[in-house]
Design a protein around this ligand. Structure first.
Ligand SMILES: *Cc1c(COP(=O)(O)O)cnc(C)c1O
Length: 421
């Protein structure tokens, strides 16, 4: 469900026609629907009603301050993976007691920042990290709340780049070694053992891998209980998939029901870290056609957005649907098979490949659908392209929630050393 629909043949976000926004901010830009964002957050969160739980939005999926504020207003927490994300969350007004810190490579400064901010939990991923956290907490004379991220060795059956819970992945502590690590953590005076966590991958389209890892975690928690280690938080990570093309992922309610059955009788608070499923289809990337090249072997539609703006097609060969902004204008022209490509000097710079599309002409606008997750947040300045604007619609109004970067922003912080002057 989302709020991008045609009215009189023109694509709208909620009640705002896309051409009006393009006129105000120019192309390309990311466009978010606040109604869709709220709807997805509330649908997900309410699916777990009746269970003590905390929904911590995975900030890396979409990190704009306004988006973070919107979820904070709805009572959400945050799952962060860097000091920069912690900074954003605090600026956006996320309650630090609802922030959990994941990631394999937290630095000393980042651990310190988390402790000083009073976050809920550190999801620790190695013995070395535990030792460093103990040291930093001792210096600050505080107790660090920790969960250990265990790697349950479950195949999430998703793209290899976004699978994280297999023994061969870099994440977490192997579940077979985790009990020993908890016993070690218990001897560290400035650590407070609070939970167990896992995150097995992203864009999962079946419930069974989640259930498989939950069962492994439950057995593991029994083992800990026997050793006298009590667990207050069980963190099952994120990873629920969405429909980009023809995938049929479970609805959040189905996912929640399946987990609830497996969780019956468990006495702890559940933590969930959804990213993609909350934001993915709440945004589109709006781009304008610059040129077309029609050849004997291939047709190209060259647009003003590129792989630096949306990396997923180049990075994962991901599919994003492409829709004309003005359906009426293209209707009479028929259809063709074409690649939609950007201006970057790489053959891997494409947004769509070999796609059946309306015949686009120079000046037409198109919307790259389902771009809200790992869209802007993965964008870069490659080819010295200023990053695009982000716009949020609410009802009949729209707000620029991130200005388009300028050429001056591009060189901010760069210096020519004296010897070159
Ligand atoms: C990326 C990530 C998430 C979010 O994953 P989605 O597939 O976007 O739901 C949650 N937890 C951790 C630890 C992550 O690294």
């Amino acid at each position: 469900m989302h709020h991008f629909t045609y009215k009189n043949n023109v694509l709208h976000c909620e009640s705002v026609p896309l051409p009006i926004i393009a006129e105000a901010v120019d192309t390309p830009f990311y466009l978010y629907s606040s109604a869709t964002l709220s709807h997805h957050f509330e649908t997900f969160d309410s699916s777990f009603a009746g269970l003590p739980h905390l929904t911590c939005f995975a900030v890396k999926a979409c990190s704009n301050l306004a988006v973070l504020r919107l979820f904070a207003r709805l009572g959400g927490g945050a799952d962060i993976v860097s000091g920069g994300e912690l900074f954003r969350c605090l600026k956006a007004g996320v309650d630090p007691r609802r922030i959990i810190y994941s990631g394999v490579g937290k630095t000393r400064e980042e651990l310190r920042y988390g402790l000083l901010s009073g976050i809920l939990l550190f999801n620790v991923e190695s013995v070395q990290e535990l030792e460093l956290l103990q040291e930093v907490a001792a210096t600050l004379e505080v107790k660090a709340p920790v969960s250990l991220r265990v790697n349950p060795d479950v195949d999430p059956r998703t793209h290899a780049y976004i699978s994280t819970g297999l023994a061969k992945n870099k994440f977490g502590v192997p579940i077979s070694e985790a009990a020993a690590v908890y016993r070690q953590a218990r001897t560290m005076p400035n650590l407070k053992i609070m939970g167990v966590s896992c995150h097995i991958g992203s864009q999962l389209t079946e419930v069974s891998p989640f259930l498989e890892s939950l069962r492994k975690l439950k057995d593991f928690m029994k083992q800990l209980a026997k050793a006298g280690i009590a667990i207050r938080y069980l963190d099952l990570g994120g990873g629920l998939g969405v429909r980009y093309q023809d995938e049929t992922p479970p609805h959040p309610r189905e996912y929640a029901e399946a987990l609830k059955q497996e969780l019956a009788g468990l006495d702890c608070t559940l933590i969930l870290e959804p990213g993609r499923v909350i934001v993915c289809n709440a945004a589109v990337l709006v781009s304008r056609v610059l040129y077309t090249k029609r050849g004997r072997s291939k047709n190209f539609v060259i647009v003003d957005a590129a792989m630096n703006d949306l990396a997923r097609p180049s990075l994962y060969d991901a599919f994003h649907d492409i829709l004309p902004v003005d359906q009426g204008a293209v209707a009479a022209r028929g259809r063709e098979t074409a690649d939609v490509v950007g201006p970057i000097c790489e053959s891997g710079d494409f947004l769509a490949k070999g796609r059946d599309l309306p015949v686009f002409e120079s000046g037409d606008m198109l919307a790259v659908m389902s771009s809200g997750a790992y869209g802007f947040s993965m964008s870069s300045n490659y080819n010295s392209r200023p990053r695009v604007a982000e716009v949020l619609v609410q009802g009949e109004e729209f707000f620029v929630i991130r200005d388009r970067e300028t050429y001056d922003t591009l060189i901010q912080g760069e210096n020519i050393p004296d010897f070159l002057r």
